[in-house]
Design a protein around this ligand. Structure first.
Ligand code: B4P
Length: 191
């Protein structure tokens, strides 16, 4: 089974590359951002709380995310070829939980880290904001999200480096070129 953790700053291309990887390798794609936006769209009480956090550019609490991931892993079909975890983990605590959960089900994962220059991240998200209608795609919130990324998410690179499954990718290039780098990592995995 091939499990991939796709990490990177907001706008680094996690969602974009996940689509390509899922199609090429027949993997399931779990985007925690999409799961949270679906809850917001339902208009539930929980959705309203999540909306307030995401609109301000903050992360949703770890315990809330843990339930989502635990349910997902527990309900994976026997014939699943693997999963792309897009945007999860985003904190060291989430990374530790995911390692434990995967281990419980006899699985492991590689972590692919999309590294993109800050100016480019801002440009991409401003551009996406023109079409996406996402409340978090405006300059002030983007800056805050990038700061949250540096404080809370970036440290997970050290976590995976220490665990020996860290694979950095230069995400500054065109979508196809970034995908080529990812394919090389996947195809060399386990050789
Ligand atoms: P996400 O939905 O995960 O989204 P993202 O980080 O904004 O973007 P992504 O990296 O997927 O970029 P994309 O491919 O779209 O998170 C949203 C929010 O949900 C978070 O801020 C947080 O509040 C919450 N959340 C999610 N998971 C959480 C967790 N585990 N714990 C707590 N909170 C959580 O690319 C961006 C744009 O760039 C697109 O328009 C794309 O077309 C373009 N692009 C991509 N690659 C490109 C390239 N190589 N060249 C040029 N343009 C490119």
């Amino acid at each position: 089974m091939l499990n991939i953790i796709l990490c990177g700053a907001p706008g680094s291309g996690k969602g974009t590359q996940s689509g390509y990887i899922a199609e090429k390798y027949g993997l399931k794609h779990l985007s925690t951002g999409d799961v949270l936006r679906a809850e917001i769209a339902k208009g539930s009480e929980l959705g309203k709380k999540i909306d307030a956090l995401i609109s301000e550019g903050n992360l949703v609490p770890d315990d809330m995310m843990y339930g989502v991931i635990e349910n997902y892993i527990a309900s994976l079909p026997q014939d699943c070829k693997g999963t792309i975890f897009d945007g999860y983990p985003r904190t060291v605590s989430q990374a530790e939980s995911l390692t434990e959960l995967l281990k419980k089900y006899g699985m492991e994962a590689i972590m692919i880290d999309l590294l993109v220059d800050e100016q480019l991240l801002i440009q991409r998200l401003i551009e996406r904001g023109k079409m996406s209608g996402r409340a978090d795609d405006n300059l002030n919130t983007i800056r805050h999200r990038i700061a949250v990324y540096h404080n809370q998410t970036e440290p997970i690179a050290h976590y995976y480096l220490h665990h020996g499954n860290y694979c950095p990718v230069n995400g500054n290039h065109a979508v196809e070129d970034v995908f080529l780098q990812i394919k090389r990592i996947i195809e060399n995995y386990g050789r």
